[in-house]
Write a protein that binds this ligand. Structure first.
Ligand SMILES: [Zn+2]
Length: 183
């Protein structure tokens, strides 16, 4: 297995010492083309109905992200000093979107609630053609909420978070926008 590199990459990605190829360094992650994930979304929306599929995608992504990020936090012994530290950490989440290949994000508002903008959400770009006329980025909503809960667990009292998409490329907006709030 390759040496560990600085965590511009997610912690599970390493680089081979000899040929410099990127490696997925454990068996808990896979790298998938966004086209596969987007097509899976489309099939779930078609077969289960929009609302049920949306609920499942959001719930599964939130739970999975919370688990994975909690493991990484433990492995890297990440600690937070308090509420300000948590707010700083959450405001960096949009950068992680790009790290994981889901578009380019930035924080628009921060505080108790956060507003994130994501350009070129790959799932939304793909599903735009389907003309669903509704926000579709439940995967990103689950990601933001799961990440927030993983870090919030490091601060007393632990806060739970939910995320809703307020604008979406798939519903005709120029960018996707997400509101993350304590639940
Ligand atoms: Zn979207």
């Amino acid at each position: 297995m390759g040496e560990k590199v600085m965590v511009d990459f997610p912690g599970f990605i390493t680089r081979d010492k000899n040929n410099r190829h990127l490696l997925v360094g454990d068996d808990s992650h896979v790298l998938l083309s966004n086209t596969i994930i987007a097509d899976l979304h489309r099939q779930l929306f078609d077969s289960l109905g929009f609302d049920e599929a949306a609920r499942l995608i959001y719930g599964a992504t939130k739970k999975g992200t919370l688990e994975v990020q909690s493991n990484l936090i433990r492995a890297y012994r990440v600690t937070l000093k308090g509420g300000d530290d948590l707010e700083n950490r959450i405001s960096r989440f949009p950068l992680y979107i790009q790290t994981f290949g889901h578009g380019k994000g930035k924080t628009i508002e921060r505080g108790k609630e956060f507003l994130f903008e994501v350009k070129n959400s790959s799932i939304a770009e793909y599903l735009k053609e389907s003309q669903l006329g509704r926000p579709v980025c439940y995967f990103l909503c689950g990601f933001f909420a799961g990440m927030a809960e993983a870090y919030a667990a490091l601060v007393e009292p632990a806060t739970h978070y939910d995320c809703v998409e307020t604008k979406c490329i798939a519903a005709g907006a120029s960018n996707c926008e997400f509101k993350l709030s304590p639940s």
